[in-house]
Design a protein around this ligand. Structure first.
Ligand code: PBG
Length: 328
């Protein structure tokens, strides 16, 4: 039968587990992961985020519990998000030298100097209106916001951040922050730009976690329309030209096509952000017993790498590392 037909035998290399391991094209490893951590003003707080099971807000005096686990697992990098004691119109908590993220960075670099600390640079967790920039006449003023973002980035670098990750989607933020960091003497601090960030409903649980929902309107005048693909390449092109050192595409799983295109066009290290809503959906379905959480998570993360990611920012990072090591 087989000799008379002309077809290819792909199953030959799938015959045994060892053969499949040998020909596997994409592998997840611990160095792929960046773990996001929420730090909150106050004392003795370790509070679970309801829509994100097993993700917590930590006050500084409880933060080391989390850092210790991350560093024990060998996860190379964390990304901080801050919830300040007070919010105001100009987001002053974002760039205060004793702001919640600045203090968290200092504490981390003191106690875990080898951990790479990435600072998310945005205003939305710090403004009372919840927008990612400064409001002027009811709109987010692009150029006025840049100055505040530069102040924020410089204060994060002064606190010891290893990488600055601006997520605000103002035009020119990479150029402005690069210039500001250089002038402050931080020529060696890289920028991990949220170059391609969509106005996505998948950020819902994060906004609960960071208490950062816009109090009026939405983010569609600065974050991208989910329907657009070419615009993603324009955004990435600008950030490369302005001096970004890494590019982020966000969210993750629903935007793998965009990730692949950015991978094919640009040579910077590329990061996929597996966001809060993606995490919440997996957790909810797993809790109902409808999916196999471990298999689903490892498949999704592998797919992000296959689509071109060098690194993945994910709330699943600790579980993934345990699973990759064969622990439960
Ligand atoms: C700040 C920021 C957001 C996320 C990362 N940085 C929220 C937003 O843009 O509304 C979302 C992350 C997630 O959903 O996991 N601008």
């Amino acid at each position: 039968m087989s000799n008379s037909l002309n077809f290819d035998r792909h199953r030959r290399l799938r015959r045994t587990a060892v053969l499949r391991d040998m020909v596997r094209e994409t592998k997840l490893e611990v160095n792929d992961f960046i773990y996001p951590i929420f730090v909150v003003a106050g004392e003795n707080i370790k509070e679970e985020i309801p829509s994100m099971p097993n993700v917590f807000q930590y006050s500084l005096n409880r933060l080391d519990e989390e850092l210790q686990e991350v560093s024990r697992l060998g996860i190379p990098a964390i990304m901080f998000f801050g919830i300040p004691a007070k919010k105001d119109a100009l987001g002053s908590g974002a760039y205060a030298s004793d702001g919640i993220v600045q203090e968290a960075i200092r504490q981390t670099k003191k106690n875990y100097p080898d951990l790479i600390v990435i600072a998310d640079t945005c205003m939305c967790e710090y403004t009372d209106h919840g927008h990612c920039g400064i409001i002027h006449d009811g709109v987010v003023d692009n150029d006025e916001s840049l100055g505040y973002l530069v102040k924020t980035a410089v204060s994060q670098a002064e606190a010891g951040a290893d990488i600055i990750a601006p997520s605000n989607m103002m035009d020119g933020f990479v150029a402005a922050i690069r210039k500001g960091l250089d002038e402050a003497g931080f020529i060696d601090i890289p920028i991990m730009s949220y170059a391609v960030k969509y106005a996505s409903a998948f950020y819902g649980p994060f906004r609960d976690a960071a208490d950062s929902s816009p109090q009026f309107g939405d983010r569609k005048s600065y974050q991208m329309d989910p329907a657009n693909r070419r615009e993603a390449l324009l955004e990435a092109e600008s950030d490369v030209r302005e001096g970004a050192d890494f590019l982020i595409v966000k969210p993750g799983l629903p935007y793998l096509d965009v990730l692949r295109e950015v991978r094919d066009r640009f040579n910077l290290p590329l990061v996929s952000y597996n966001v809060s809503g993606e995490y919440a959906m997996v957790k909810a379905a797993a809790q109902k017993g409808w999916i196999d959480e471990k298999k689903i998570v490892l498949e999704a993360l592998t797919s992000m790498k296959r689509a071109g990611a060098d690194m993945i920012i994910t709330y699943h990072a600790k579980d993934a590392v345990n699973w990759l090591r064969g622990e439960e």
